[in-house]
Design a protein around this ligand. Sequence first.
Ligand SMILES: Nc1ncnc2c1ncn2[C@@H]1O[C@H](COP(=O)(O)OP(=O)(O)OP(=O)(O)O)[C@@H](O)[C@H]1O
Length: 379
Amino acid sequence: MIQIESITKRYADGTTAVDDLSLEVPDGSITVLVGPSGCGKTTTLRMINRMIEPTSGRILLDGTDIHSQPVNQLRRSMGYVIQNAGLFQHRTIVDNIGTVPRMLGWDRARARKRSLELMERVGLDLSLAKRYPYQLSGGQQQRVGVARALAADPPVLLMDEPFSAVDPIVRKGLQAELLRIQAELGKTIVFVTHDIDEAIRLGNMIAVLRTGGKLAQFAPPDVLLSDPADAFVEDFLGTDRGVRRLSFFTSAGLELTRGPIVGVDAGAEQIAERAAGEAPFLLVTDNDGKPLGWVAAKDALGGGLRHLELLSHGRPFTFGDESLRDALDCAVLSPTGWAVAVDDSGRVVGVASQETIGNAIRAAHAGRPGAARVAKAAR
Ligand SMILES: Nc1ncnc2c1ncn2[C@@H]1O[C@H](COP(=O)(O)OP(=O)(O)OP(=O)(O)O)[C@@H](O)[C@H]1O
């Protein structure tokens, strides 16, 4: 655990960058520092690896003041990733990643083996190993930056706006990759960003800082969304807080019905029975149980289903894996207002009306069973 205790940083010109900040960064999780430009995020991060010394206050790593060990030793226990990766331009990718192991005295072959292992871990094709940084895309360079920070297997990773310089799609990929790596390695990560959506996607805990380096709120992302501490945090979070919070609740608690589901080769009797149910539409499935489309119940009567023109079934959601936000989105976009739930192999497990989803949302907000949080990677 990293404990930041009443840290203040005043620069020589009198600027107070961080003001009496106290935070506990739990082990094995991602803690995000977020806030507007100039609110002291980078200064705070750099005080953790002693690139900047505080004016007052102290930082403890696993209960020990970070000043009680030589600074080089401290930094070796903390990988550091920055915007634009900061790679050594004259070194190949494999040598960039192996920098710290080589400094620690590993022989060339061992460092190289470790580098190649890490390239795979961060999703880099091994054919890139002998290239130089300028021969890689921005996203690939960031992956190298992450691999380099992980090379000596430090327990702590400090990441300063690592994905800010890449386009939104590459950025999403890098975020997903970080969550995947984190699920495998369980590092203690302090991540700086000015992007609240990135903070919500990645953070187990989020510290919102305000200008002047003061802590506005320190909370898990769903709590931040449901209970912002004040108008500043609320404003910083932006609109759609309620809907965005739904991504933290699993769809597993939804009460699905199979009532309106009918196989494409169903006989007239079965179709009539389904059509007499509560739903005004029937969902037609193929012989493998996968969705084909919706048909109005009254139009399905009196013949086979194969010749009918079907309404699109829209995007189905994966039951349990995806969130209530996904389920709601599917229902809103569905031509019938009903969402289609499928299993991992795309077979229909049931359908849910907007009313059913509304009930689940109310239960989720009230914290009742069935509203358990979804895994971060599914957000
Ligand atoms: N060496 C310095 N001397 C004087 N003031 C500084 C110095 N470094 C940073 N500052 C000031 O301290 C404040 C906090 O800076 P810091 O870089 O920590 O903010 P930040 O939240 O990381 O900002 P950004 O999101 O823009 O990177 C700012 O007002 C900045 O101008």
